[in-house]
Design a binder for this molecule. Structure first.
Ligand code: NCD
Length: 360
């Protein structure tokens, strides 16, 4: 049974270290319960989810397989609560739910919910939990998904929460789809080990980078290079985590040098929605952090280019046609791995594996 937090105040809970928090919130009977942080996934769980995503992908190719999947959790309902803009994350979660037959409700604009009348986010989310069996949420607020998970742990009806992006802090399911893409990309050339991954762009405020950097520490001998103008470099908390895990990393503003050393280049856009004053990011010279055809020439033949999207101008469209440009496939991978995560959360992963091994 999962531990309950009945006697722990939010303040006391917040003071716990992450490894102390995980058993309270993130696992139940050996399965993922709330999905809140990248750090809750170890290599074994990621590999299981990736295999499950491959199985779902294979099964859904036929009508019979699609009907099997759609029947699995048709008795469950999910709320997509996205109070921040989203295209890919929202649509891939929606499609993932549809693949598994999960019914969906959505709130994308709090102006249309009772939050507009002054209801607290806690009460809103608790309301969703009365009607739904899963809450997938994106918010501008760092730690909101975690706080809601804590609120639920004291409630009679507890439903899992999946963090679909929390402020500038974390985006664990994006990191899962990024890893899934890397695993597939390197499947035939030795796997995800002994590689160099470069992160480029707004690393200070890009939550996808912060989650992926942590997730990569589950794989052996992956060096990380952080390529950004000094104002947008990666946070010290991430570097401290890497240091603690003995992961080798470096910081630079030389994109071409980083590309020539890399097996994977993870591009990101400038996150100017977080600017303290309007136009602040425009004062930073980001012109040297653009991946174009010159950079393509420096990339290894087995190298790959990833981007969580949306892009602005940080990847030249001329790069799109190159087979090493993985970002469109990466986007579709999001649907499969999110379906795998939802299936595991609802405890039907084993049935999918069984069907796959008997029928495909
Ligand atoms: C990212 C996000 O929302 O953090 N997008 C996504 O989920 N695919 C990256 C971004 O918005 O730049």
């Amino acid at each position: 049974m999962n531990k309950r937090l009945l006697d722990i105040s939010w303040e006391d809970y917040s003071a716990l270290s992450l490894s102390e928090k995980l058993p309270y919130l993130c696992q139940r009977n050996g399965l993922p319960f709330h999905t809140l942080f990248a750090q809750q996934f170890d290599g074994q769980l990621i590999d299981r989810l990736a295999n499950l995503a491959n199985a779902i992908r294979g099964i859904s190719k036929t009508r019979t397989g699609t009907l099997f999947l759609r029947d699995l959790v048709c008795h469950k309902r999910a709320m997509l609560y996205f109070s921040q803009p989203s295209s890919r994350t929202f649509l891939s979660f929606l499609s993932a739910c549809q693949l598994l037959g999960v019914q969906i409700g959505e709130v994308r604009d709090t102006a249309t919910s009772s939050e507009f009348k002054g209801e607290s986010k806690e009460d809103s989310v608790r309301t969703f939990s009365s009607y739904f069996d899963l809450i997938i949420m994106r918010s501008r607020e760092k730690g909101l998904a975690e706080r809601m998970a804590w609120v639920f742990s004291n409630a009679v009806r507890q439903v899992p929460i999946i963090n679909a992006g929390s402020g500038k802090d974390q985006h664990p399911t994006q990191a899962l789809l990024d890893i899934y893409t890397l695993l597939r990309s390197f499947d035939r050339s030795g796997g995800l080990r002994d590689r160099t991954v470069s992160f480029v762009g707004d690393l200070a405020r890009g939550r996808t980078v912060r989650s992926l950097s942590r997730l990569l520490t589950n794989y052996p001998n992956i060096s990380q290079i952080f390529v950004a103008p000094s104002q947008l470099q990666i946070g010290q908390d991430i570097l401290d985590d890497l240091k603690e895990k003995g992961v080798s990393y470096s910081l630079t503003d030389d994109l071409r040098l980083a590309v020539s050393k890399s097996d994977a280049v993870y591009m990101t856009r400038i996150q100017d929605e977080w600017d303290n004053k309007q136009g602040e990011s425009q004062e930073i010279d980001t012109s040297r952090f653009v991946f174009g055809t010159e950079e393509l020439k420096l990339l290894k033949p087995t190298g790959v280019i990833l981007h969580p999207l949306p892009r602005r101008n940080e990847i030249d469209v001329a790069v799109d046609a190159d087979p090493r440009a993985m970002y469109w496939r990466q986007m579709r991978n999001g649907m499969w791995i999110r379906a795998a995560l939802i299936a595991e959360t609802f405890g039907c992963g084993k049935r999918i594996f069984d069907y796959y091994s008997h029928n495909l």
